[in-house]
Design a protein around this ligand. Structure first.
Ligand code: TRP
Length: 458
């Protein structure tokens, strides 16, 4: 194939900004608002946050650029993109496996992502009903515990979430998503800033900031470091082809690097503002920062219950959280659907229904892991915890590692320069260096240290 750009059969974004918003819509989601605060809390705060930010800078950003580049050059589903690019570059056809592992990871992640998004939906209803008005920490906790103990309720919301996700995917990501995301993302951010203002007056703002930003390395475990790196991939939607497929709809004339920087910056800001809003509320109310996956759902309702206009802001917040999850979930299943369309000649709608049913079924495992199966463990983990660990901490970093190796080492410099179309050769070289040396080394070191092997070696 020559350097002339090809087009995706699935269409193209209508402008540069649509790609930025869609990719940001994919990146900003439950990972930022639900997961980041709770894993930061579980892993002792500051030191964890520092490792996470480092991973974003030296691993996340370079891999983001590489993944967009692969997508735009291949212009197909991640599996077929890897197949045709490895052929073009004269490399092993086995690179296709990278696409496959991504499809699998996306499917596994969506199955539990949907259940958590269902919690947000349930909280919209609780907010509207005024459940939390003037409530105490204990009552908020009870509402959350009762939700988790109710498999039927969880199933209902999980089902609803899968349905709305698959409707957008069936209609084609571009048609359904473009306009919604451009309006919803900024609204969510405004609401987070309102919460931040509330947190500043909570009486424990400094305590919250200290927890979040003062590194205490004695609080960070080996597995905590792995979790921080895994989360850098998770929160940026990297390592499984989501950003690749979005990149495949990107116009040839737009700058990949500049776009990637904007997405990474926006995503990190949302997570940090969410953290800065949540931890002061945690400390002001004597709650436990390491409370686990329920953290956001046990703290924010308290704030909404106490603030003026809390009913309105609270309802709006959980609606927007649902939309943030929605715009992320679409990108998790898009690679699988596009592959079925390309290789099995399916209609988008048929492919979406099949993927939706499979994901729904697997998601039932997560639903039950919070109640009936809460004592069923593999490697000391419930079904939900195992899926989360396997995908975020293992599959995504491995995917990212191989993306870095392919783009860094297996792709010719000529193809890369042509695709990046950059005037800034110095910046290109910095990126290339990070991708070839720093990213693979960082991922390997984090993997090794998490098993305790590194400590034995040195
Ligand atoms: N980044 C999203 C979040 O933070 C989740 C997500 C969407 C994702 N697409 C992905 C994670 C692809 C990994 C890979 O909520």
């Amino acid at each position: 194939m020559s350097d002339s750009p090809r087009n995706s059969i699935h269409g193209q974004w209508s402008s540069r900004w649509v790609f930025v918003f869609a990719a940001t819509g994919s990146a900003v989601g439950l990972g930022n608002i639900w997961k980041f605060p709770y894993i930061a809390g579980e892993n002792g705060g500051g030191a964890f946050v520092l490792v996470y930010l480092l991973c974003i800078a030296v691993v996340g950003l370079p891999v983001m650029i590489a993944e967009i580049l692969l997508g735009r050059r291949g212009r197909q589903s991640p599996i077929n993109t890897m197949a045709s690019l490895s052929r073009e570059e004269g490399r092993s056809p086995l690179w296709k496996l990278l696409g496959w592992s991504g499809v699998l990871a996306g499917f596994l992640i969506l199955s539990y992502y949907s259940v958590i998004a269902g919690w947000a939906l349930n909280y919209v209803l609780e907010m509207v009903n005024g459940t939390f008005t003037g409530t105490s920490a204990g009552q908020v906790q009870t509402v959350f515990d009762e939700l988790l103990a109710d498999p039927l309720k969880l199933t209902l919301w999980h089902t609803l979430f899968i349905i709305v996700t698959m409707i957008v995917v069936a209609r084609g990501v571009r048609g359904g998503l473009e306009k919604a995301v451009m309006f919803l993302m900024p609204s969510l951010f405004v609401l987070l800033v309102i919460l931040l203002a509330y947190a500043m007056n909570s009486g424990a703002f400094i305590e919250g900031l200290t927890f979040l930003f003062m590194p205490d390395f004695s609080a960070l475990t080996r597995e905590g470091v792995l979790t921080a790196m895994g989360h850098a991939f998770f929160t940026l939607s990297l390592g499984m082809g989501a950003i690749m497929i979005y990149g495949s709809y990107m116009r040839s004339q737009d700058s990949i690097a500049r776009t990637a920087i904007m997405i990474v910056f926006a995503d990190t800001m949302v997570a940090l503002v969410a953290g800065m809003a949540i931890f002061p509320i945690v400390f002001a109310n004597g709650l436990e920062p390491g409370a686990g996956p329920g953290l956001v759902f046990q703290t924010l309702p308290l704030a909404f219950g106490q603030m003026d206009g809390g009913l309105f802001f609270g309802t709006l917040f959980f609606i927007l959280l649902f939309f943030a999850a929605w715009s992320s979930s679409i990108s998790l299943i898009e690679p699988a659907v596009t592959w079925l369309v390309e290789n099995r000649n399916m209609k988008r709608i048929t492919a979406s229904i099949i993927c939706g049913i499979a994901t729904w079924l697997l998601g039932m495992g997560t639903v039950l892991s919070f109640n009936l199966w809460s004592e069923v463990k593999w490697f000391d983990r419930t079904f939900f915890e195992l899926l989360d660990f396997l995908t975020a901490n293992i599959m995504l970093p491995l995917g990212g590692l191989f993306i870095a190796i392919f783009v860094g080492w297996s792709m010719s410099r000529k193809s890369k320069v042509a695709e990046m179309a950059t005037k800034y050769l110095f910046a290109f070289n910095v990126w290339s260096f990070l991708l070839r040396y720093v990213t693979p080394l960082a991922v390997t070191v984090v993997f090794l240290q998490s098993t305790g092997l590194l400590a034995k070696l040195i």
